[in-house]
Design a protein around this ligand. Sequence first.
Ligand SMILES: [Cu+2]
Length: 116
Amino acid sequence: MYRIPAIGIVLALSATQALAHPKLLSSTPAEGASVTSPAQINLTFSEKLFDKLSGAKLIRADRSQATNVAVSVGSDGKSMQLVPASPLGAGSYTVEWHGVGGDTHRVTGAVRFTVR
Ligand SMILES: [Cu+2]
């Protein structure tokens, strides 16, 4: 009877953990926060992102997209910044982000906040 060597299982598990797909660790503003108009929005991830395959949109309460927002992945690959060209007016916003990390999975998520 063929047996899978234990060392093979250990290597397979550690490879999986090293390439876990990116998770959002934190954001500024935080999920659900009510803030004064932010100069920029920052997202921090658990894994490096490929900047060409990653990005975000800022969506207003009426589902329109705020188009005057510059989106970039930080030089460390683990953060994303959205910088509005002009101050955000009062209301509800959703950051809809997507990212591709080392395991090549496309991961998406959203952060909601309110400008008061
Ligand atoms: Cu993954």
